[in-house]
Design a protein around this ligand. Structure first.
Ligand SMILES: Cc1ncc(C[n+]2csc(CCOP(=O)(O)OP(=O)(O)O)c2C)c(N)n1
Length: 531
């Protein structure tokens, strides 16, 4: 008869969950002992990077992945990135050790006193098995919960003395659908509205890319010959930002967003919430006279939309169904966006110029991971994403995701055999939250170029302070940081550039490195406007 531990790894193996991102403690060592040779443990030096690496890996592969954290403390450290995984819809199966059942009542050292409460509300399911022999079945159930739409993190608490107990019966390894349908019957009102609209517009979110709808979204837009916007505050695009119908990313504030959609009688939002706003700028949600339809596979998103008619359907499949059913438009295409002027040359490096130069030197098929807050709009314009699964960031607002997520994405690229270069663009504030993920990148020799925008400040908070009229907020400057030295300490080569004349060469050098490389770029510290 198998032990609970053997049965756990048996179930994990049969579900293809053979990579575990984690940071172990004594309460996890019983589960991890005699670690099976066909499994891989990717060590992160803290729990927050473990979760973000797993998130990047899950998003880049499109598959669920295991994460191993250390009882209550590890879950606490990880919670910000568990929140990001929730909004990113990343199917993470997170386990943490629990103290020995024999002693739980008397609350020994390292007891997780409320194991199911800590990760809430950012998990779809949290469970501590009632009996040791239920652990493998709970893993099966956790998997089933994580992958169903909307995908997301789940949590299993595993008492450390469960693992050697006998497991008389293994759970059945089940197949669980990962997609909803897109029933033409329920999409009929949208087909009708689009077919009779005078000026329809599409707003596309990251769930379109997650549901492999990238090409069908293009087919739909071309069928309609309509403008396409990216939904605000999404972690990944669902439509090529180089396409002539693409207009840009909507502003994430109520009044300006409605203004951007003026002139459209039918607005169809696919695979995004309606909408994620910040800051608060009061106004009507929609321009006068327009009707909004919302296609989502997330009942929560459908519930919280303040306006519009929501339909539950797979976003990618819905694009395909709509493209099949809608008659082709007989009007000319709207004019393409104006071509961006080249940024000013000179010794000072603006973020705009940096992004322009990165775009010049990066490989066409590179993957971008970003956490650069105050200049995001410029980043999305200058570094447009033209292919699916090629841009990742967090859609939560929680810093500490981008740097470790790049490690997970690069590992996924290696495992998939696609081996695309990963370029990461990080603010000097954001980079510090989970800097130790550099070590994992170095240990695995992952070809990631980490580009740090050194403006010496939390610039977006300065922009907020201006917008919100909150002068004299302390703690917004970051003097005295040296990322090249930090990189060296974690085993990475790196360099710094502060003169525009040397920028292109520095980027080319970093881009051609076989392993991880960190480039610190001193950029113009002028605070850009928030909106
Ligand atoms: C975990 C977490 N802590 C704090 C914040 C608040 N916060 C939002 S943006 C920001 C500063 C970002 O600065 P930086 O990465 O340097 O980018 P910049 O704004 O300068 O472009 C901070 C501290 C946050 N979002 N998440």
């Amino acid at each position: 008869m198998k032990t609970v531990q053997e049965a756990f790894f048996d179930v994990a193996r049969r579900l293809n969950l053979t990579t575990i991102f984690g940071n172990p403690g004594s309460t996890e060592e019983t589960l991890l002992k005699n670690f099976p040779s066909d499994f891989r443990y990717v060590l992160a030096l803290q729990e927050a990077p473990a979760v973000a690496m797993a998130d990047g890996y899950a998003q880049a592969t499109g598959e669920p992945v295991l994460v191993n954290l250390h009882t209550a403390a590890g879950m606490g450290n990880a919670l910000g990135n568990i929140e990001s995984a929730w909004y990113n819809r990343a199917p993470l199966i997170i386990t943490a050790g629990q103290q020995t059942r024999e002693m739980l009542l008397i609350e020994p050292y390292l007891t997780n006193t409320q194991p199911l409460e800590i990760p809430k509300p950012f998990v779809k399911w949290a469970y501590e098995p009632a009996r040791p022999e239920d652990v493998p079945g709970a893993l099966m159930r956790a998997y089933a919960m994580a992958i169903q739409p909307p995908a997301g993190p789940v949590f299993l608490s595993i008492p450390m003395d469960d693992v050697d107990k006998p497991c008389p019966q293994l759970p059945e390894i089940r197949t669980i659908g990962r997609r909803l349908g897109a029933d033409p019957l329920y999409l009929a009102p949208i087909v009708e509205a689009l077919a009779t609209a005078t000026s329809p517009v599409l707003v596309i979110g990251g769930a379109v890319d997650q549901s492999d709808g990238w090409n069908d979204a293009v087919r739909l837009a071309e069928r309609l010959r309509c403008k396409v916007w990216a939904a605000p505050a999404e972690g990944r695009p669902g439509f090529p930002e180089t396409h002539p119908l693409y207009q840009g990313m909507l502003t994430s504030a109520i009044a300006p967003l409605a203004h951007e959609l003026e002139g459209h009688d039918v607005i169809v939002v696919i695979g995004a919430p309606v909408f994620r706003y910040y800051p608060y700028m009061a106004g009507n949600y929609l321009p006068a006279g327009s009707r909004l339809f919302h296609i989502t596979d997330d009942p929560n998103e459908a519930g919280r939309a303040p306006v519009g008619e929501s339909v539950l359907a797979d976003p990618g499949r819905a694009c395909a169904v709509l493209a099949d059913l809608i008659p082709p438009a007989d009007h000319p295409r709207p004019p393409a966006r104006a071509i961006l002027a080249s940024p000013a040359a000179g010794p000072v490096i603006t973020a705009d110029r940096l992004y322009h130069e990165i775009n010049e030197v990066r490989p066409d098929d590179s993957v971008l991971v970003q956490e650069s807050l105050s200049t995001l709009k410029a980043l999305r314009q200058r570094l447009p994403t033209s292919r699916p699964r090629s841009f990742f960031s967090m859609s939560s607002g929680v810093l500490g995701y981008g740097l470790p997520a790049a490690v997970g994405v690069a590992l996924a690229e290696r495992d998939k055999g696609t081996n695309r270069k990963v370029v990461t663009v990080l603010g000097d504030g954001a980079a510090n939250y989970v800097i130790q993920a550099l070590w994992t990148a170095a240990q695995h020799k992952l070809p990631i170029l980490f580009i740090i925008l050194r403006n010496g400040a939390y610039n977006i908070l300065k922009a907020f302070a201006h917008q919100l009229d909150t002068p004299k907020v302390p703690g917004l400057d970051l003097p005295g940081l040296d990322f090249v030295s930090l990189a060296k300490g974690y085993g990475l080569a790196g360099s710094r550039v502060s003169d525009g004349a040397h920028l292109a060469a520095a980027l080319r050098h970093g881009m051609s490195a076989g392993g991880p490389y960190l480039l610190e770029v001193e950029i113009d510290p002028t605070v850009p406007p928030l909106i």
